[in-house]
Design a protein around this ligand. Structure first.
Ligand code: ATP
Ligand code: MG
Length: 428
């Protein structure tokens, strides 16, 4: 039941004074998020719906490749971090308990998952495995910024694969490439999968999923049929710098800002060796487990979608991420036939399983429309006197702000639900 008169959606006419990024401004103005401190954010009900949509898509796709969901703690003993050599990373929050034991707040979970693998994986028969969770990460980021794009606390889906050898790791890695491609496609974001610059880190291979957007802090190099991390692109012998910019062969190569929304990484035995995650093969030989690590941030997916599709009126969600499918605006005073008609449309859609936000507040149409365009649900339906007279519910498609086909008022409820559903499915 979502009547705006009873729902917490604190919209604002002005963005926060310190906001520069589009997503920061619009997500606060639309009543999706609120700040508590530097890099510390609360997701309000409508914002959390968006976040949860991203989570649901990710969960479905990782389950589909055989991932097993679990939950590891954020508060951890420091010992595994000492063993992995990451205890001194500046981003890692450290604390002491009342007994003086040294603890950390996990910034990622390689140490934890490898700690467990060392205990529970005994032989080649226990492999392969894909384990994952959605868990809070704490990071003492040097520069928290841009609303929820870079926070000090955020939810990540991180999965970890365990194999007996490199060939197995390659297989689990390819499964994640497929899952991540599908996740990104389903979100409706514009994205590129680019090879990361692992040369310096000495890794075995990695890819980043990049969403081009103005507030992005990374840069990607793009040409027809080519997308790469800038450092990787600029090392190619066929990339040249000209007066008009870069070229790749005979094509122009453009450099665009982008935000990393996902990251997949072939770890090899980087963690299994120091943490003792070994298995016995058929001949009783003890060998280190081959691991991969795969992260993705629902908050960045949400913010990148805002960045990519917003216009001067507000957010324009891809339908897969929208907090509601339909924003129904009632225009009419209590006791009028138009308000009764709007109530009926609301109940019909709600009972038909459509995610509908019903603006039943006693406000003028101008304010209601402004809030609807700010929040950015894919479809806006309006029921006022004009609808009652013409027998048609007015439809606006948010992306492009174009008028959609009118929907019959007062017909078969099932037919209205079907038509709304069909229209929604046709949207990006
Ligand atoms: P960046 O280079 O942007 O700092 P990262 O390499 O530190 O990212 P990972 O450690 O690979 O990121 O984390 C995996 C995913 O978690 C990222 O792709 C992103 O979606 C998300 N993420 C990382 N840091 C943050 C943050 N500070 N705030 C919100 N989401 C984050
Ligand atoms: Mg980082």
């Amino acid at each position: 039941m979502t009547r705006l008169s009873e729902y917490l959606l604190p919209t604002e006419k002005q963005p926060p004074a310190d906001a520069e990024a589009i997503s920061h401004k619009l997500m606060v103005r639309a009543g999706l998020i609120r700040q508590m401190g530097a890099g510390m954010w609360t997701w309000l009900p409508a914002g959390w719906r968006v976040h949860q949509r991203a989570v649901a898509i990710i969960r479905e796709e990782i389950d589909a490749i055989g991932g097993q969901e679990m939950l590891m703690p954020v508060l951890q003993p420091s010992e595994p971090w000492r063993k992995s050599g990451r205890l001194d990373i500046e981003e890692l929050f450290k604390l002491n308990d009342r007994k003086g034991s040294e603890l950390v707040l996990a910034m990622t979970h390689e140490e934890a998952v490898t700690f467990h693998a060392a205990q529970v994986v005994q032989s080649y028969r226990d492999l392969p495995l894909i384990l994952y969770h959605f868990q809070i990460k704490e990071r003492d980021e040097p520069r928290p910024r841009a609303g929820v794009l870079r926070t000090r606390e955020f939810l990540m889906k991180d999965s970890y694969s365990f194999d007996r050898d490199q060939a197995g790791l390659e297989e689990r890695y390819e499964l994640h490439v497929g899952a991540y491609d599908r996740i990104m496609e389903r979100t409706g974001l514009r994205f590129y999968r680019v090879e990361s610059d692992v040369g310096m880190m000495g890794g075995l291979g990695a890819h980043e999923y990049m969403a081009p957007c103005p507030a992005g802090e990374d840069q990607i190099a793009l040409a027809e049929g080519y997308a790469a991390n800038v450092e990787v692109a600029l090392r190619r012998p066929d990339v040249h710098s000209t007066a008009d910019g870069y070229t790749l062969g005979s094509q122009p190569l453009s450099i665009e800002p982008a935000i990393e929304v996902g990251n997949i990484f072939k770890l090899g035995t980087r963690y299994s060796e120091p943490l003792g995650a070994n298995y016995l093969d058929e001949n009783g030989r003890e060998l280190p487990v081959w691991m991969g690590s795969y992260g993705i941030g629902p908050a960045r997916i949400a913010a990148a979608a805002v960045e990519q599709f917003a216009d001067e009126h507000g957010i324009s969600w891809p339908r897969a991420l929208a907090p509601f499918a339909v924003h129904l605006v009632a225009i009419g005073k209590p006791g009028t036939p138009e308000l009764a008609a709007a109530e009926l449309v609301y109940e019909t859609l709600r009972d038909g399983g459509v995610d509908v936000l019903y603006d039943d507040r006693e406000l003028g149409p101008g304010e209601k429309f402004a809030d609807a365009e700010l929040l950015g649900c894919p479809l806006r339906l309006t029921v006022g006197r004009r609808a009652v007279e013409s027998g048609e519910v007015e439809v606006q498609v948010r992306r492009g702000r174009v008028a959609g086909p009118g929907l019959p008022l007062g017909g078969e409820p099932a037919e209205l639900v079907r038509m709304v559903d069909e229209l929604w499915r046709s949207l990006p």
